[in-house]
Structure formats: structure tokens, C-alpha cells
Unconditional design. Structure first.
Length: 199
């Protein structure tokens, strides 16, 4: 449900009632007064379009948590990219190995899918994901070239599952090498090795 009608003695009461029905805050909606009388006001409340809704939702979550940020939402063929711009709190919002950022993405996605179930959302902080992904690809390629030159296996530092996917996709485009994993959990490593018979 993206809309709700509610009434109250005043506009504020009507809005408050409608917001409770939708489970949102005022910044996440647009509203219009349907009817107004001396003793009752009726309003129609509508969830904002995706870009504005994601901006309002993300801002609300962060502001109520004590963070001062600027939210930029862009859309491409893969979905919506929510970039959280901050000067001082980026390390806190990203967390160790991006764990806090992934938790934030999960929260925002789950809340947004109440009204936009097919929405694809990527949450980022100061373009951390973009920079991190670029770094991982370049590092994987560099180590692969060393493996090809020396003929010796080399291990990458432990990665998250999502980072492993990025690295394996990158390495899958290179010839003369193979990969396997060693270890479990936080101690799991991707090993890059020369293919048997590769020169």
C-alpha cells in the first residue's frame, strides 16, 4: 500500500494518523487535503516516488542515529545508487571490511521494499564500494600476472563473499591461471595458481 486516507480534528492529527497506518515519517510522503471542516480534516497521504523516498528514508535513519550526512540518489539500468556523503563518520558507517555498510544496505532495502518490492538498491558511503571494487580488480590482476611470471601460487587477503565474487569474475577473464579457496570463515583465502601446462 502506497497511499492512505486519514482524518483528524486538525491537519496534524490527520497526518499523524495516516503516517501510523503506513509506518513512515512525514518526510517520506506527499499529502493533499481531501476535505476540511471546522471539526475534521481528511487527508490523502502518498509515498514519494522512489528517488525522493530513498533520500528521505536514508536521511531519517542516519539523522536519528546522530549522523550528519548528505544523501545523493542516482538511477541507472541496474537500479538506484544511494551514496551517503559524510566528512567525519565514513569509517563508522562503512565498518570493518564494509560490514556496517552491508547492514545499512539491508535495513534500507527491507524498508523500501515495503512500498517498492522490485526496487534494486545499492547503498554506498563516499563511493567506498566503487573505489574498493576497482582496487580489488587491479590487485587481483596484478597478483595473477606475478603468478604467470613466476609459476608460483599466491594467496589474496581474506575477503567478504561479495568481494570474492568480484575477484573471481575478474580472474575468470584471464588465461593461464586457476583459483581455489583455502580455509574457512574469516580465514578463507582465494589462491591464484598457474594452470597445469600454462606457460
Amino acid at each position: 500500500m502506497k497511499t492512505a486516507e486519514a482524518s483528524g480534528k486538525t491537519l496534524d492529527e490527520a497526518l499523524s494518523s495516516g503516517l501510523k497506518v503506513l509506518g513512515v515519517v512525514k518526510d517520506e510522503v506527499d499529502y493533499e487535503i481531501v476535505a476540511q471542516a471546522p471539526e475534521e480534516t481528511k487527508v490523502k497521504i502518498t509515498i514519494k516516488e522512489p528517488r525522493l523516498y530513498l533520500t528521505a528514508l536514508t536521511s531519517y535513519i542516519l539523522e536519528t542515529s546522530g549522523f550528519r550526512t548528505n544523501i545523493l540518489v542516482a538511477k541507472d539500468n541496474r537500479g538506484f545508487h544511494v551514496n551517503i556523503k559524510t566528512k567525519q563518520a565514513h569509517s563508522i558507517l562503512i565498518g570493518k571490511r564494509g560490514e556496517t555498510l552491508w547492514a545499512l544496505q539491508y535495513l534500507i532495502s527491507r524498508l523500501a521494499k515495503r512500498f517498492y518490492p522490485n526496487l534494486n538498491i545499492l547503498v554506498d558511503v563516499n563511493n567506498y564500494r566503487l573505489k574498493r571494487n576497482s582496487f580489488l580488480k587491479k590487485k587481483a590482476e596484478a597478483i595473477a600476472h606475478i603468478v604467470l611470471q613466476t609459476g608460483k601460487e599466491m594467496a589474496l587477503d581474506p575477503l567478504t563473499k561479495r568481494e570474492e565474487q568480484i575477484v573471481l569474475e575478474t580472474l575468470g577473464q584471464l588465461k593461464g591461471i586457476k583459483t581455489y579457496t583455502l580455509g574457512k570463515g574469516a580465514n578463507r583465502n582465494i589462491i591464484i595458481a598457474p594452470e597445469t601446462g600454462a606457460t
